[in-house]
Design a protein around this ligand. Structure first.
Ligand code: SF4
Length: 294
């Protein structure tokens, strides 16, 4: 198998067959991100021969995989034709596969028409995970995400129209000190217009090799406190209206909250209220400082 650098996948892709079709990120410019820093290049597509070899090997080891997940920060950036070719290869080695997923940037949808998305969905692509992080324009701009909230809405609506499922990653703390409430409210306003199946929230953890760390040293940005992050999470859940599955998975969250919205909202809010009431800022801070990596 060919795997280059650290391989990242969403928690809910634990049973998917992981196939590398790209490595790195075409954007590679978000100030907080250090995910692909261990690669000697920004982005690469794997040669098709290599992908085919990996599919053959994987299908020998993991015969009954129901889902294939393409690794890399945004394989969804690949053209319609390339994604079509890759789907054909997946079918050759996994004729019974139910779906194909990957990470994508919201801007990866821009170069695809609704008809193309519909066709890709027919070929198996579904439940694409977009790391939108926030719907709050001020934070999107400062962190250099490369799109604004209107772009999130426009491109996600194309996904909805094409019938292709998608998930969102939310990054609690991305707006900085005293902005958690606004960040959550603005993001809920955006998400409430869309239909992500899963909203998975992580918490911002800043590493010294990030551009954001330099911004903090220069006095241009201040990090939210840990209790403020929990309150932000509460505000987000409170304002979300859709019936999606919401979860705080992953090590960056020291407190786990999960459930369907709106059905489980009260239970989730009560749980968070209890946690906030008993929270100790310095204990939570220590937890974050001891996180070796996400
Ligand atoms: S957060 Fe995602 S889009 Fe931004 S640089 Fe990191 S991998 Fe790329």
């Amino acid at each position: 198998m060919h795997y280059t650098g650290t391989i990242w996948r969403p928690p809910y892709e634990a049973y998917s067959a992981l196939i590398q079709v790209t490595a790195g990120c075409t954007h590679h410019s978000c100030k907080f991100c250090t995910l692909y820093e261990d690669l000697p290049f920004k982005f690469k597509m794997s040669p098709l021969k290599e992908v085919e070899g990996d599919l053959e090997e994987m299908s020998g080891m993991y015969k009954n995989a129901e889902r294939v997940f393409f690794t890399g920060a945004n394989p969804f950036v690949l053209s319609f034709d390339k994604l079509k070719t890759l789907a054909g290869m997946v079918r050759k080695y996994y004729p019974k596969v139910k779906s194909i997923g990957c990470f994508g940037r919201i801007t990866d949808v821009t170069n695809k028409t609704v008809d193309e998305l519909r066709e890709l969905h027919k070929l198996g692509y579904d439940d694409i995970t977009f790391g939108v992080e926030t719907g709050y324009d001020e934070a999107l701009a400062f962190m250099n995400k490369g799109y604004d909230s209107s772009e999130i809405i426009r491109q996600s609506k194309k996904m909805d129209e094409a019938g292709m499922g998608y998930h969102f990653f939310y990054l609690t703390g991305i707006a900085g000190k005293d902005k958690g409430h606004e960040n959550a409210v603005k993001t809920a306003e955006v998400i409430n217009q869309l239909h992500p199946k899963i909203i998975d929230a992580s918490m911002l953890t800043i590493y010294p090799n990030s551009e954001l760390y330099q911004e903090i040293q220069k006095g241009n940005w201040e990090e939210e406190g840990e209790i403020e992050k929990l309150k932000e999470l509460r505000t987000l859940i409170e304002h979300l209206e859709r019936g999606e599955y919401f979860a705080t998975d992953g090590a960056s969250n020291m407190i786990q909250v999960r459930g369907n919205l709106p059905g489980d909202k009260d239970r989730m809010l009560k749980n968070l209220d209890r946690q906030i009431e008993n929270a100790n800022e310095s204990y939570l801070r220590k937890y974050r400082e001891n996180l070796p990596h996400l």
